[in-house]
Design a protein around this ligand. Structure first.
Ligand code: G4P
Length: 525
């Protein structure tokens, strides 16, 4: 197979959802279809159990297991499909945001009873920043839930997506009989835990009385009426609009019953994009270019102090990545070669000789990589679109063992490079503030500083609401802002100016008083 064929057979995507909506179950069913796993339950190890939420060591242990499932690849209909796993635990949301920089499309899973939940809103807003194509899967139709039209309204209102239902449920919960696939013009009948293959009935015209035979008179009539409404209200599906992130197809099903999953997968395979170009500060990098280029979007550290190696996950963006070849680590300006790059096939980890655009390679790393680093054949490229997001929790961090200052600084720097949290240095007093998405990260930092670097720290509360990156084209206005808001200023680890707002009100006042200054909630703007 030549390079372009390899490239075009790849589809790299992520599944996102609020915890418990069914992401793990759906992932597992997709892998079963692809033959990548043989048994149900194989992906479950990746899930952080609810009972463990207060015990971060247990969570880290389970996250360790999840290295193996960071990327799950399987073959389906002649394609190679890469699912990049996103941690469900919301304290690791920043990990998920970053993983979304490495996918070309996403599937959003929504629980039919719970509707659109907070975590889904946040994750979809990150996808929308880049116009990532989105397919919606409404799950758990075997249970009573919200009315399908209401749910679509909710998806449009809360997620800001324009939807186009490509399947439609017949009943729900106890009365759930199946879905009508508008995409395939087939009625798929629901048989809990059964094989759906035999229960697909081709119905090109919904007025065909055969519909009554399968679902009964009333449900048949309801389905016809509802599909009529859909046709009047929602736009006609158009792949270009989906690829531009302007319209999202919606499917209904029940992941645990493996129902509606094949329809979702078949449509995904038809419409989802092959590896897309990536923007760098210098130029657009197209996947079909023959020179290799990629970027690191995730670093997974080994918690074992005896093996302080880490795995840096690199997304191949163009050309062919090859084992034992000299590449440029752009930030450090040094040449590196990788003797055992690893690929992941669900449960299996294998050393690979080459990887193509869309693939993710695991590189063993002893501390050279930071999130966002580029690796190329020599060109100095800096990939964009891997921003830091404004954290939600803040604390002062203190070094409590002055004899270990060096270790403390190094440890903190490396943990920040890994993306565990963000560090801000306050201008007025030089103190260090750790900002995180979840409270758990504070424990993780403290534990890892002690066990991996031999340093000690403690925290002090600091009353902060948001950290905003600041920019201003007008030098005079910026100078005035800096003078007037001196005590609220800090710098991130790259030296960018960050405004620390104590409350929503302080932020609003700063915005009103300094109209020429722009406040950003991500580090890239
Ligand atoms: P997550 O990764 O999004 O957090 O969710 P996960 O797949 O683990 O699913 C959360 C719970 O929802 C699981 O039950 C799972 O079995 C259930 N579930 C998934 N899909 C469906 C569905 O289509 N219908 C119904 N009724 N339930 C579904 P659990 O009791 O928390 O775990 P388990 O003991 O079943 O593994």
């Amino acid at each position: 197979m030549n390079f372009l064929e390899e490239l075009n057979k790849r589809k790299t995507f992520g599944i996102i959802s609020h915890p418990d909506a069914g992401k793990t179950t759906l992932t597992e069913k997709l892998l079963l279809f692809g033959g990548a796993i043989q048994t149900a339950g194989a992906v479950k190890s990746n899930k952080i159990k609810k009972s463990a939420t207060s015990d971060f060591m247990e969570i880290e242990r389970q996250r360790g297991i999840s290295v193996a499932t960071s990327v799950m690849a399987f073959e389906y209909r002649g394609l190679k499909i890469n699912i990049l796993d996103t941690p469900g635990h919301q304290d690791f949301a920043e990990d998920t945001y970053r993983t979304l920089t490495a996918v070309d499309s996403v599937i959003v899973v929504i629980d039919v009873a719970k509707g659109v939940e907070t975590q889904t809103e946040k994750l979809v807003s990150v996808c929308r920043m880049r116009n990532t194509p989105i397919i919606v899967f409404i799950n758990k139709l075997d249970r009573e839930g919200k009315d399908a039209f209401d749910l679509l309204d909710e998806v449009e209102a809360k997620l800001g997506l324009k939807v186009c239902p490509l399947s439609w449920p017949v009943g729900m919960g106890q009365r759930f009989q199946g879905v009508y696939s508008r995409y395939e013009k087939k009625l798929v009948l629901f048989r809990p835990h059964g094989k759906q293959e035999e229960d697909k009935i081709e119905i090109t015209d919904l007025n065909d009385p055969i519909l009554e035979k399968y679902v009964g008179e009333r449900p048949a009539q309801e389905l016809r009426e509802e599909v009529n409404i859909i046709e009047e209200v929602y736009p006609i599906f158009n792949r270009e609009d989906y690829l531009d992130g302007k319209i999202s197809p919606v499917f209904f099903g029940s992941a645990v019953n493996n129902f509606g999953v094949r329809e979702l997968l078949d449509c995904f395979v038809d419409i989802a994009p092959a590896p897309l170009p990536r923007i760098t500060e210098e130029r657009l990098v197209k996947p079909e270019e023959d020179k290799f280029a990629g970027f690191v979007f995730k670093i997974h550290a080994n918690m074992d102090p005896n093996h302080r190696d880490r795995i840096a996950f690199l997304r191949v963006c163009s050309g062919v990545f090859q084992r034992n070849t000299n590449y440029l680590h752009v930030r450090q300006g040094k040449t590196m070669r990788f003797s055992n790059p690893t690929s992941f096939m669900a449960e299996k980890k294998t050393v690979i000789d080459e990887a193509f655009p869309g693939d993710v390679v695991g590189l063993y790393d002893s501390g050279n990589f930071k999130i966002g680093d580029s690796v190329t054949e020599g060109e100095k490229l800096h990939f964009k679109g891997i921003p830091s997001f404004s954290p939600e929790q803040f604390r002062y961090v203190n070094n409590t063992n002055p004899l270990k200052t060096k270790q403390f600084n190094k440890g903190l720097e490396q943990l920040m490079d890994e993306g565990v949290a963000q560090l801000f240095t306050r201008e007025s007093n030089g103190r260090k503030i750790v900002g995180t998405v979840g409270a758990l990260q504070f424990d993780v930092i403290q534990y890892r500083l002690e066990h991996e670097y031999g340093a000690a720290c403690d925290y002090e509360p600091v009353n902060l609401y948001k950290a905003c990156w600041v920019s201003c084209d007008d030098d005079k206005a910026l100078k005035e802002f800096k003078e007037r808001r001196k005590r609220d200023l800090s710098y991130d680890k790259h030296g960018n100016l960050v405004f620390l707002a104590e409350s929503a009100w302080t932020l609003q006042m700063a915005q009103e008083n300094h109209p020429k200054v722009e406040f950003h909630f991500t580090s890239e703007f």
